[in-house]
Design a protein around this ligand. Structure first.
Ligand code: ZN
Length: 163
């Protein structure tokens, strides 16, 4: 029975997707497949810390990362985001680049930085949260993530390990 219902779901999704395909944003082609096979919830706080500094994902799997800002200090002084970086881009180097490119409490991530990024949440104020879904890279290894709020990259960073 389970197989049958999954099959039905698959067909339904396939159909609705065929209709919506033309409108689908670029990079979203895989949205009709399985839901995220792994979900990670990470919080950022007023002392510039992510509570999760390492997590593992399976190469090529769907991953959902939710960032919660659990702090109380206003966004203009203590905003947080979570930016997953491509292989070989370090959190520190990217943090400095983001600072130079004008990443701050009001801007979205500058376009000039997006080439280094696998996925990025919005910048969050107190009690806000945002989720990103992406396909884990196929190449195993370490991928760093960072908060680009000015100055936070020194403390707010971690590593996603792809296995
Ligand atoms: Zn931060």
């Amino acid at each position: 029975m389970k197989l049958l219902s999954s099959l039905a779901l698959f067909v339904t999704l396939g159909l609705s997707c065929a209709v919506a395909k033309d409108k689908a944003p670029k990079g979203n082609e895989s949205a009709d497949k399985d839901k995220a096979s792994q979900e990670v919830v990470i919080s950022g706080n007023d002392t510039m810390q992510f509570d999760v500094k390492n997590f593992e994902v399976k190469a090529g799997s769907k991953v959902k990362v939710t960032l919660k800002n659990v702090g109380k200090i206003p966004k203009i002084a203590m905003g947080h985001n979570l930016v997953v970086l491509k292989k070989g881009i370090t959190a520190v180097a990217f943090g400095q680049k983001a600072l130079g490119a004008g990443a701050n409490a009001t801007n979205a991530l500058p376009e000039s930085l997006k080439g280094d990024v696998i996925a990025a949440t919005k910048l969050l104020g107190p009690a806000e949260s945002d989720s990103i879904e992406f396909t884990a890279p196929k190449e195993p290894g370490s991928y760093e993530y960072v908060c680009t709020f000015p100055g936070h990259f020194a403390l707010m960073r971690g590593t996603m390990t792809v296995k």
